[in-house]
Design a protein. Structure first.
Length: 182
């Protein structure tokens, strides 16, 4: 599984380049169309650029399709047995954790099975630099679980990532998950 921070950086670079190319083509087109004289854009040239941008955009989506770290694990989850499972309840704007600190070994596949007793909440795991590792929505009356494989050691905080009223902002469990070397 690829680290989600690396995926975000790669996709940011790729889509930024794609957007810059589109803006440059639009600026070129606007410049040519507004010029006086015989410098109008020929339709064949315009449609060639549009076709190339479309092909580039579709190719970019195809290339980045399988870079989302959890996609393969979710698609094959019926074949995966997690090394550890943590059952977490959420009620009255509070995470009820099975342990004060959930300890996981690097490389283990972990299942977070989260149940809401009252409202729709979010369940997000955040790195020490406050960037999000993953998140899911926790809906009452439905199965809410996610499989994750931790690639490197660290300490993670759990936060609600969905609006659940004014009390939801305080739904933070500092240092709730610790990933250690095996």
């Amino acid at each position: 599984m690829v680290d989600s921070a690396l995926v975000l950086k790669g996709q940011t670079i790729a889509y930024t380049c794609y957007t810059v190319v589109i803006m440059l083509v639009m600026a070129w087109f606007a410049l040519r169309v507004t010029k006086t004289g015989k410098s109008k854009v020929k339709p064949a040239l315009f449609y060639t650029f549009v076709g190339l941008l479309t092909a580039l955009g579709v190719s970019l989506h195809i290339i980045t399709f399988n870079t989302i770290p959890w996609a393969e694990m979710d698609l094959n989850r019926h074949e995966i047995t997690p090394d550890q499972s943590f059952y977490i309840e959420v009620a009255n704007h509070k995470f009820l954790l099975p342990e004060e600190k959930m300890v996981v070994k690097v490389g283990e596949i972990v299942e977070f099975d989260v149940t809401s007793k009252d409202l729709t909440y979010g369940f997000g795991l955040f790195r020490e630099d406050n960037t999000m590792l993953f998140q899911m929505q926790v809906v009452p009356g439905h199965r809410n679980d996610i499989l994750w494989q931790f690639l490197k050691p660290g300490v993670y905080t759990i936060r609600s990532t969905e609006y659940s009223g004014p009390k939801g902002i305080a739904m933070i469990e500092e240092n709730a998950v610790e990933v250690v070397e095996p």
